[in-house]
Design a protein around this ligand. Sequence first.
Ligand code: NOJ
Length: 603
Amino acid sequence: MTDATHPASTEPEPGVIPQPASAPSASPVHAPLSPASPTIQATLPAPGRGLNDDPLWYKKAVFYEVWVRSFRDSTGTGTGDLNGLISRLDYLAWLGVDCIWIPPFFPSPERDGGYDVELFTGIQVQLGTHQGMKTLLDEAHARGIRVISDFVVNHTSADHPWFIASREDPDGEYGDYYVWRDDDTGYPDARIIFIDTEESNWTFDPVRKQFYWHRFYSHQPDLNYENPKVVEEILDALRFWLDLGVDGFRLDAVPYLIEDEGTNCENLPGTHDILKRIRAMVDEEYPGRMLLAEANQWPNEVVEYFGDGDEFHMAFHFPVMPRMFMALKQGSSKAIREILADTPELPENCQWATFLRNHDELTLEMVTEEERQYLWNEYAPVPKMRLNLGIRRRLAPLLDNDERQIRLMHAMLLALPGSPVLYYGDEIGMGDNIWLPDRDGVRTPMQWTSELPGAGFSEANSYLFPKPIPCVPPFGAQDVNVADQQANPDSLLNWLREILAQRRKHEVFGLGDFQQIDCDDSILAFSRNQGSTHVFCLNNLTAWPQLAEVKMAGFEGRVPAVLSGSIGEAPEVITEDYRIELPPYGYVWLLFSDPPANDSARN
Ligand code: NOJ
């Protein structure tokens, strides 16, 4: 980074090597390839590239979720903070991240990781200050990285002053800010989401002597969106952060804003009306900012959250995620192919957000009961690995720490339609800790170096760490850390950086259309197409070598370039019947472009 683009507000941290963008050679992904190899060398992102003003930036972006409390502690308190995140922005720029998603950083009793908000316009004191947040935005922007913030629209903490006032004074200004009833019989068709903890969506409040409605923990009362004042309050709180410079929001738990008797209280028209108001405000007052929906629903219901391109810009594709894990275990692409075939087209200005893991349990809500039992048996054989309707494990342990499978899952994630959302630590294959409560086991400190006790996360005494640093092989900080993997050209981290760079160079992955390709079930085959650019993506879901046989009519006589893959070179297309062998859990991205990528250094 140059001084002009990289204000020197942060010191380099010990043990972590922020690499100047010009330094690393774009090394081949696996074994060295022959000079004649058509494998294309990635040009790494330029330093301080600055934000572009593309209004559709989110369609091409790679997102990265940072659990701030566990990322980097800058104060020696044992808790990660905003300044700590600032000190790691060079790393994220080096990796090739376009947008950071930060989960709630607002004042909170943290009984639900900060998703229990006490003040929508404040900052949790251990995490930093408003000035710190502003610096984070400026520093990220200087590196060409956008920042979206979580925002919890559906509920507050029971400690929020609105709720305290609401319980104490039913006729007062805040009396109607929450959903109160004299009994707990209302909305019986609404499911309970946190089934391991909650028995009802109603809880009796001994102060007001009424029941209040909550879709999540009983300490998270739902806001009453029938009250226009609530809508105005939320719009103002969003404006507050947009004024500070955030690039958008991940809006939490959006399907549950409005309740209606006789329904399951999800995805109701009134809920969509409110979300459209939020979007209209953003478009009118803050054009270019982005809204991402957390709506854990089936594809035909999620698409409603895009509206006609006038609701959300993006929404997580929840159903495809568990099916990727299912496909891998079954050695069959069927589950992925079926859900993608059931996924409707989106309005032109919209995009899916795809992911493998995040800060929650790996949710199995969007599968059938039979599929859930299958996935639990395969991926969570021990009861402690399960939570609610999901699995509280990280990516690497889920995949038996098999790097071939970790790479394959990422390769599919990065090539399928949508913008990928990575979860901190998965880029180095961090492990989990199932002995910690709730979802804490997938939120342990980032392992920057092998040096214990702090692993580059913190200089505090380790007894101050809210979540211990893993130290047991194969996932301890000595085994898995950023510094060692940065130094190793064959590491998972360097591989991921390389494939991200390839994805960035070819906007077909963000903007191109998607076509499934007939192939043996053991291989997930599809193409991404944009104008004269075509990328064929072939993914071997099995532990055996597989011969992929696909039709490539129209490409006869051409030799595709290997953009990324477990093979060095691809054979020429002689006839339309193309055959290529993939190693166990191997994958390949084959590029046909005009002019051909093989003939020039353009790519
Ligand atoms: C979804 C969030 O991802 C999760 O962490 C939280 O517990 C619930 N919403 C409730 O806010």
